[in-house]
Write a protein that binds this ligand. Structure first.
Ligand SMILES: [Zn+2]
Length: 464
């Protein structure tokens, strides 16, 4: 998953007429990252095609050629899937210390060549971009991380403790490899995730903010059901299943969970206010000072890029019922989709919905979709200092804010095991260029050289 944190991302499906001319990478490590990226995009690691091990083999070959011990590299298939997880250990000075993990994922979202302007599985460098499925999500950071560790290894650098590339193979689908990977690395000190956070550029390519993803909301679907004996529509009784479901859905639609503030979102609002328009900035500051300030939370909730950060949200997303135009409905079902603030369990959210609906004839059932609850990661000083150093070397003085995302990334599995995890992508791009999961996904070439440098400084600082 990758979504610019607070871009008003329209996900436009056409390219802007004039993309800014950008140069190809100039440094040896940047050139190598581009080479790795092209090689990775050319392997269609879509679920069901069995190609993840092939990409793992290519990465293994590069790491071994770069001086990694083959014994420190492994690909572990996950039973019942066509994928698995990849690990490469970079031994540190203190072998007994808990390792730092760098996490990304090898798989990509499906792309249909007939829908694309170019073949999604042939990397193409054009107009200052690398086009191809996965060029951003998540092979962009994968390639920069690979180039960085290869550069550090060749330079003879030794981290203070072991550094482990812990790379999943089905982040975009079932995350079964992620679950195994996190379990295998459960003694990790912390995780740096290349599939979250990152730099946002304005439409005229000016850096606006850098985000560190340190939490995500949990996901839950609840199925509501109303059943009735039905009958002929000419003989209605006092109860109608569609009527009962309609009242239940109207209550859910109208209900607002309490506004919430956590250490992370407080820092987010305070940091983001610096770059926001005056009225929004004032609401952010007021909300950060007092989360019961309704005027402030209402204003922030009216904006799609902020609504998810104010509270738990639950919305009706599907409804299905009745079986004939002239019959009383026997069964009506509906789906309520929730994005739950860390600290509230999915079961608790379900209980609240039950109370809101307040009708025993409407039953509620939590659907198991494999997602799990994860706590917010504390904003560790060592991590935030190292990230600041690396980001400020690239863009002096840039605002850095922690971020809570709405979707599920690999980090949730690590956080659920108590391992703090930080989304620190080194990609800087415009919302206009964000096509992850969509058509014509593309990485700006000019993010590669500084991106490799950012990863290098981050690792050298955190693991010195
Ligand atoms: Zn991703």
């Amino acid at each position: 998953m990758r979504l610019l944190p607070f871009a008003i991302s329209a996900l436009a499906l056409t390219l802007p007429a004039a993309a800014q001319a950008q140069s190809v990478p100039a440094t040896p490590a940047g050139k190598e990252a581009l080479e790795i990226l092209k090689e990775a995009v050319d392997v269609p690691t879509v679920a069901g095609r069995g190609n993840v091990p092939k990409l793992a083999e290519k990465l293994t070959a590069r790491l071994v050629a770069g001086g990694f011990d083959p014994k420190d590299i492994s690909f572990t298939p996950v039973e019942g899937t066509d994928t698995g997880y990849f690990m490469a250990r970079y031994p540190g000075k203190d072998r007994a210390a808990k390792p730092v993990v760098i996490n990304v994922h090898l798989d990509v979202v499906e792309a249909r060549p007939e829908d694309w302007e170019r073949d999604p599985f042939t990397a193409l460098v054009e107009n200052g971009y690398v086009f191809g499925r996965g060029s951003v999500d998540n092979k962009g950071d994968l390639s920069m991380i690979m180039a960085t560790v290869l550069k550090l290894k060749r330079a003879g650098w030794v981290p203070s403790r072991d550094l482990v590339l812990g790379i999943s193979g089905d982040e975009e689908t079932l995350m079964r490899s992620t679950a195994k990977l996190a379990e295998t690395l459960k003694n990790a000190e912390l995780v740096l995730n290349g599939d979250g956070g990152g730099g946002e550029l304005s439409s005229d390519f000016k850096p606006i903010v850098y985000s560190v993803q340190a939490a995500e909301k949990s996901y839950a679907d609840f199925k509501l059901t109303v059943t009735d004996e039905g009958g002929h529509s000419s003989r209605p009784g006092s109860f109608n299943a569609i009527g009962a479901m309609s009242r239940a859905l109207a209550k859910v639609d109208a209900y607002r969970f309490p506004a919430q503030l956590s250490p992370l979102t407080k820092a987010y609002w305070e940091g983001t206010a610096k770059a926001a328009p005056a009225d929004v900035a004032a609401a952010m500051r007021a909300f950060a000072a007092d989360p019961t300030d309704k005027a402030a939370s209402d204003l922030l909730s009216s904006r799609s890029e902020y609504v998810g950060l104010v509270r738990t949200t639950c919305v009706p997303t599907m409804v299905n019922g009745g079986h004939a135009a002239n019959a009383l409905p026997q069964s009506v079902t509906a789906n309520i989709n929730c994005r739950i603030f860390p600290g509230t369990s999915r079961a608790q959210a379900g209980e609240i919905l039950k109370q809101v609906i307040g009708d025993p004839r409407v039953t509620l059932e939590m659907m198991d979709d494999g997602s799990i609850e994860s706590p917010e990661s504390p904003l560790r000083k060592d991590v935030m200092d190292a990230v600041s150093k690396a980001v400020h070397e690239r863009v002096p003085g840039l605002t850095i804010v922690p971020q809570m995302s709405a979707g599920a990334s690999d980090s949730m599995y690590f956080r659920a095991l108590g391992i703090p995890s930080y989304g620190v992508s080194a990609i800087f791009m415009r919302a206009d260029d964000e096509f992850s999961h969509g058509l014509n996904e593309r990485l700006p070439l000019d993010t590669i050289d500084p991106g490799v440098k950012q990863w290098e400084t981050l690792l050298r600082t955190l693991l010195k």
